[in-house]
Unconditional design. Structure first.
Ligand code: LRH
Ligand code: MN
Ligand code: MN
Length: 427
């Protein structure tokens, strides 16, 4: 579906008076506090979050799935959906593919289609956590860590194939989430599983093009419930350090045990120049994959505090980061949910940008915990949404993306075009 620009302009002119009131007030307060509002707006405009190709349909759970209607039926339609999101917020200028859920049959045409919506391809994701039809060996007992070399070779070949697809699309990174692990104590030897995995990773690493990176994503449990080979940031970092400079850690917010201090993990990765990127989502219990910011917006802000600190510090030498969403939608309209996720990420980023850093550093040096908290929470409790709206307005996006999407009844239109019961590939 191609967006009619004049409808966007109409939406923006209707909302502009109220927006200017809110924005003017915030901008003048920030200016008085010593911030350069234009620089903040530029940073927000430059910030792009990749949309996962597997989150454009209703995911459901293992207990059931309730189709939302009008879901994309092909990779082309997924790209159109991301194009629509990007037109609405100008902050979703990339898509991350999961292979083989989304195999680009005609990569040239796919790339052209994406380019027509000004979309780039972020990391390509491999999948050795499911068996595919016509596959020689099963991954029931693992893939890159498997005891049988033939299974490992098959999983390595798949990753190399994913790199090939990525190269054809102009992607520059591979994300490996390795689900391999065990369900019962004694089932495997931890040390040998690690060694076999390292050997497999090394073979994949050797096939990376010169300007590529590989992201090693960690997760403590699920699908396996006793041990996982790449269970935590320590294991991820260990693999990355052994592999070389193209290997970087990937932090999926849902992949931590309850109450883990994720912001400190982010700081450690940054310190070592080993942070590759994020899978943003939110959760209350585990890997819930809920809308970003729905449960723990303060945690997200604290993560961005570390990121802004790291990105502006001359002591940190970390490659540019990949910002990606990894979410699943059980009951919401996936497009609305993704717009909310992107907004939540941008809010946390904007709030982190307005932290009074010199004052924070001074409070830290003086061990003034009260003042340090005041400084952080002053930024966190500032309603920065007018800044985001202004950045969108300037970029020709919608002042209120979800509002516009509803006003225009876009889902209804997608259902008309695609049908009530469509199923997109993915989770
Ligand atoms: C695993 C995970 C990983 C997969 C995606 C579908 O839980 O986060 O990133 O590739 O979900
Ligand atoms: Mn993930
Ligand atoms: Mn996950």
């Amino acid at each position: 579906m191609i967006l009619d620009k004049s409808l966007l302009d109409q939406h923006n002119s209707q909302g502009n008076a109220l927006h200017q009131k809110k924005y003017g007030l915030l901008a003048s307060v920030l200016q008085d506090e010593g911030h350069n509002v234009n620089t903040i707006l530029e940073r927000l405009a430059a910030f792009q979050v990749a949309i996962p190709s597997w989150a454009l349909g209703t995911g459901g759970t293992r207990f059931g799935r309730f189709a939302g209607g009008g879901e994309p039926r092909s990779l082309e339609e997924k790209i159109e959906d991301v194009g629509l999101l990007h037109a609405l917020n100008q902050s979703s200028g990339a898509i991350s593919l999961h292979i083989p859920w989304d195999i680009p049959q005609n990569p040239k045409a796919i790339q052209q289609l994406a380019a027509s919506f000004e979309l780039k391809f972020d990391a390509v994701n491999s999948n050795t956590f499911q068996d595919q039809e016509n596959q020689d060996y099963s991954y029931k007992f693992g893939s890159l860590s498997h005891t049988d070399k033939a299974v490992r070779d098959q999983a390595i070949a798949h990753n190399v194939e994913v790199i090939r697809h990525g190269v054809e699309l102009g992607s520059k990174s591979l994300t490996i989430w390795l689900s391999d692990g065990t369900d019962f104590p004694g089932q495997q030897n931890f040390r040998r599983s690690f060694a076999r995995t390292l050997d497999s990773f090394e073979q994949i690493y050797a096939q990376l093009p010169a300007d590529w990176k590989v992201f090693i994503e960690y997760k403590p449990y699920e699908p396996h419930f006793y041990s996982t080979v790449v269970a935590d940031w320590g294991s991820s970092l260990l693999f990355c350090q052994k592999l070389g400079e193209k290997a970087l850690g990937l932090v999926d917010l849902g992949h931590h045990l309850p109450n883990t201090n994720i912001e400190q993990i982010v700081s450690r990765f940054l310190m070592e120049g080993k942070l590759g990127g994020f899978h943003f989502n939110d959760s209350k219990y585990g890997d819930d994959d809920l809308t970003v910011g729905a449960m723990r917006p303060y945690q997200l802000f604290l993560i961005f505090n570390e990121l802004v600190d790291g990105m502006t510090s001359s002591e940190i030498k970390n490659p540019e980061l990949s910002w990606m969403i990894d979410a699943s939608h059980n009951i919401k309209d996936p497009l609305e949910d993704l717009m909310q996720s992107v907004e939540a990420i941008m809010i946390a980023y904007a709030q982190a940008l307005i932290i009074n850093r010199p004052a924070l550093e001074k409070a830290q040096l003086q061990n003034d915990a009260t003042l340090a908290q005041e400084i952080l929470q002053n930024a966190y409790r500032t309603d920065v949404r007018p800044l985001l709206a202004e950045a969108r307005f300037k970029a020709g996006a919608a002042l209120n993306p979800v509002g516009f999407y509803r006003e225009q009844k876009i889902r209804k239109e997608l259902i008309k075009q695609r049908g009530e019961k469509t199923y997109s590939t993915g989770l």
